[in-house]
Design a protein around this ligand. Structure first.
Ligand SMILES: [Zn+2]
Length: 328
């Protein structure tokens, strides 16, 4: 009897171990990079899984994770956090309301974490949800498996910027500088270590998504973030870098706005500048072509989203309303 029980247990243990190794292999995230002691940057697999980047910040007794990611990304980052430190994840900060940054919220709260955001994130969810969740769940098994009809809003929000978390080992500041990528854009700054996490208000590469944006105001938000004096810049998408990422992102947005404004002034028509025809980029159906070109100095930010960025900026200028406020 005793022996049989032992056998059963060991068989079970082997199964558990196999499942563990299988998960570990599948769960190997793109890249984990130590930025400064106690701060890790996890680059998400945007091309294949639609994931955002995550940052793990070690406090004295707990961890802070920047961005909830999609549910599958949340699970990967949770696994990474366990490997990095035995401390529990106490806070998960949603930099904004987009699915790749916030739809993993229920995964984290179920594990005991508190989801945190600038109040604008909750307001954006009220504006755009649950329509977007329900559409995205059709194409994402990690969302469908949750059997939820709507995203889970952040549990704790702040209105006054910065909101500060501080303990014996570290100070972390959460900022809102205005409407850029979305009306809820939150930044995370570690003043002593000069590390800045930007969400999608700053990306390092051709990942700027302008549908919910205020393109005209975007460079101003980045300039405010620049005054913090960050040495390490950890974007929402693309690789980590330094202050040059902020500089380039602001320049790209300024050039985009100027190029579109010039075309409008020259009496061009939108159909000329952004001809008919669509393509799918990271799951978004967007116009495929544009005749506008930006300077070589911002080429890091120019890619398949450019036609959509031009169209959104065009609509924003012509309708004299931030694009996020136009029905879309
Ligand atoms: Zn986004």
């Amino acid at each position: 009897m005793k022996k049989l029980r032992w056998l059963t247990l060991s068989g079970f243990a082997i199964l558990v171990a196999m499942a563990f190794f299988a998960t570990r292999t599948a769960a190997e995230p793109g890249e984990i990079k130590l930025i400064v002691p106690g701060v890790w940057f996890c680059e998400g697999d945007l091309a294949n899984l639609g994931h955002s980047n995550n940052i793990i910040i070690e406090m004295k007794d707990y961890l802070i994770v920047v961005d909830a990611n999609f549910p599958s990304g949340a699970r990967l980052t949770m696994e990474t956090a366990k490997r990095i430190s035995p401390k529990p994840v106490k806070y998960v900060f949603d930099t904004h309301h987009h699915g790749d940054h916030a739809y993993g919220n229920p995964i984290w709260t179920k594990a005991g974490a508190t989801t945190l955001a600038y109040v604008g994130v909750t307001e954006e969810m009220k504006r755009f949800e649950p329509t977007r969740w329900q559409a995205a769940a059709k194409g994402r098994p990690d969302m469908a498996d949750l059997h939820l009809n709507a995203p889970e809003p952040p549990q704790q929000t702040f209105e006054k910027s910065p909101f500060i978390l501080k303990d014996g080992s570290r100070e972390v500041r959460f900022y809102f500088f205005g409407w850029a990528h979305t009306r809820g854009d939150g930044f995370v700054f570690l003043p002593k270590e000069q590390v800045l996490c930007t969400g999608d208000a700053v990306v390092n590469g051709p990942y700027n998504f302008t549908a919910d944006a205020n393109v005209a105001n975007w460079p101003k938000v980045v300039h405010s973030a620049q005054t913090l004096g960050a040495r390490y810049v950890l974007p929402g998408h693309g690789s980590s870098g330094g202050p040059e990422v902020l500089e380039g992102q602001a320049k790209f947005m300024t050039e985009l706005h100027r190029a579109v404004a010039d075309a409008i002034k020259q009496d061009k028509k939108l159909e000329q500048v952004v001809p008919a025809g669509t393509t799918t980029v990271y799951g978004n159906v967007v116009p495929a072509k544009t005749t506008l070109a930006l300077s070589g100095s911002v080429k890091n930010w120019v890619g398949p989203f450019l036609p959509a960025q031009v169209r959104d900026t065009w609509e924003e200028i012509v309708q004299k309303t931030p694009h996020g406020d136009i029905q879309h």
